[in-house]
Design a protein around this ligand. Structure first.
Ligand SMILES: NC(=O)c1ccc[n+]([C@@H]2O[C@H](COP(=O)([O-])OP(=O)(O)OC[C@H]3O[C@@H](n4cnc5c(N)ncnc54)[C@H](O)[C@@H]3O)[C@@H](O)[C@H]2O)c1
Length: 440
């Protein structure tokens, strides 16, 4: 039993280090500061550290005022100096877990972080992996790197997995208010990690080991991916039959049990749902099995931007217009409503397909003023978000609603644009000029 660490957690003198100050890391820092702890934030990106030190936030739902306040009161100390990892009593790893070129898990960020920690690891430290990954990562990948220096896990240092379940843009839930799963590589590691999080989040759910926690997180995301694919497929069928999928879902969800509403869209986006299930696919292959639901869901969801563009072409055709030369503005490049995160957003695929078809494209996103350069979409030109004035809208051939941000004035858009392709049912409350709206 590690009495010193336990005592430091209980009296909140333990220093919490969060590694990776992105969409997950910063809200986690906030949760621990609210819980009464002093925190350190580590990131290899010096420009992020400099911004934070200057009291500036780069994530929409964390305010600059909040950052500045806690830099000044000493509760938050951002740094790019990894030698200082030794100063923290608990280190929470929130680095990216993308797929590589062949769509296999890229664990290089986790491995690099574990190596950085291993260089300075000292007795009494608790390490928790939060990045989404396949079951087995904590024990098979992180543990050997941390143990290489001779310290013994479960006695000298402690290691657990606790998945982040952040839902960016959802005002109802924050890192603090979402129950947290915790599983250790051994009993003592799990117990200390659970004790730590109990001070920062509303509820801790302890599970038998880290593999259960890892598998639970990936099953949560797979569940979403598969169900979204199911409604996307239904949408294509119901569209053809002239049945409104949105009204169907509203009707079905009045059943008080056994049905959870998922909504169709222009494709999958974000750093999690389109990626994490494929971590499991890769793992299944190693076990000689296939994950057919995941593959099928991936196939359907990946096809959606093409489907949307074909619906858009049909609508233009009805007005005797070809796609080539048509002026089309895509609304929303963030992957979901009211966030500023463009990662894996289907809007990029939509824009590239439109461009390939000869359309003259523009975009608007109140949360993304400049189109970021994306690794997979190099053909897209540099663009800035164009303000949606009545004159600009009237000069277009079509508006394509890809993301249903609350900030949009849908009445204004429908009144002025000649044609609206709505992939999110964002215009459901618009009462005038509905004949201009095509759901897709
Ligand atoms: N964004 C979400 O909504 C969300 C939700 C649940 C889980 N997750 C998971 O959480 C993890 C982090 O995602 P994110 O969205 O916060 O990513 P992010 O890209 O916003 O942030 C990751 C940060 O880690 C930094 N980093 C990379 N390598 C590092 C290293 N070796 N040492 C220190 N810092 C390093 C990067 O510079 C970056 O600032 C991923 O595994 C993701 O799947 C994300």
């Amino acid at each position: 039993m590690n009495h010193k660490l336990e005592e430091a957690i209980r009296d909140r003198s333990a220093k919490i280090g969060v590694i990776g100050l992105g969409y997950v890391g910063l809200p986690l820092i906030r949760a621990f500061i609210s819980g009464g702890f002093r925190t350190m934030g580590f990131d290899v990106d010096q420009s992020k550290v400099d911004k934070l030190l200057a009291g500036k936030s780069y994530i929409k739902h964390i305010s600059s005022e909040w950052i500045a306040k806690h830099i000044n009161d000493g509760c938050f100390e951002p740094t790019a100096d990894m030698r200082r990892l030794a100063e923290a009593d608990a280190l929470l790893i929130c680095v990216p877990t993308p797929l590589n070129e062949t769509r296999d898990p890229d664990l290089s960020y986790i491995e690099n972080t574990a190596r950085q920690i291993a260089k300075v690891l000292r007795p009494g430290q608790l390490i928790v992996l939060e990045s989404t990954t396949y079951p087995g990562t904590t024990r098979e990948v992180v543990l050997p790197i941390l143990s290489a220096g001779g310290l013994k896990a479960g006695e000298d240092f402690f290691l657990a997995f606790s998945p982040e379940r952040e839902d960016p843009g959802n005002p109802k839930y924050s890192a603090e208010s979402i129950p947290k799963l915790v599983g250790g590589i051994d009993h003592e590691s799990g117990r200390l990690a659970a004790l730590l999080y109990a001070n920062a989040v509303v509820k801790v759910v302890s599970v038998s080991n880290c593999e259960i926690a890892e598998a639970a997180k990936i099953i949560e995301n797979t569940y979403r991916s598969v169900n979204i694919a199911m409604v996307n497929e239904m949408k294509m069928l119901f569209d053809r039959m002239g049945i409104d999928i949105w009204e169907v879902i509203e009707a079905a969800k009045t059943k008080p049990f056994g049905f959870q509403a998922f909504y169709p869209g222009p494709g999958l986006g974000g750093h999690c749902i389109p990626i994490d299930p494929f971590y499991l696919t890769w793992l299944a292959r190693r076990h000689g099995l296939a994950t057919r639901f995941i593959e099928l869901a991936g196939e359907i969801n990946t096809f959606m931007p093409r489907y949307v563009v074909s619906r858009l072409q049909e609508a233009l055709n009805d007005k005797s217009k070809p796609l080539r030369g048509s002026k089309i503005c895509v609304l929303g490049v963030a992957y979901k409503k009211d966030v500023d995160d463009p990662r894996e957003s289907p809007s990029f695929e939509l824009m590239e397909l439109l461009l390939a078809g000869g359309a003259i494209i523009s975009y608007n996103d109140p949360h993304v003023p400049v189109l970021p350069k994306m690794r997979h979409y190099r053909r897209l030109p540099a663009m800035n978000s164009i303000p949606l004035t009545p004159e600009f809208l009237a000069g277009l051939d079509c508006v394509l609603i890809a993301t249903d941000h609350s900030a949009y004035d849908y009445d204004l858009i429908v009144r002025n644009a000649p044609l609206i392709i709505d992939t999110r049912n964002a215009t459901k409350n618009v009462t005038q000029f509905r004949d201009k709206i095509h759901k897709a």
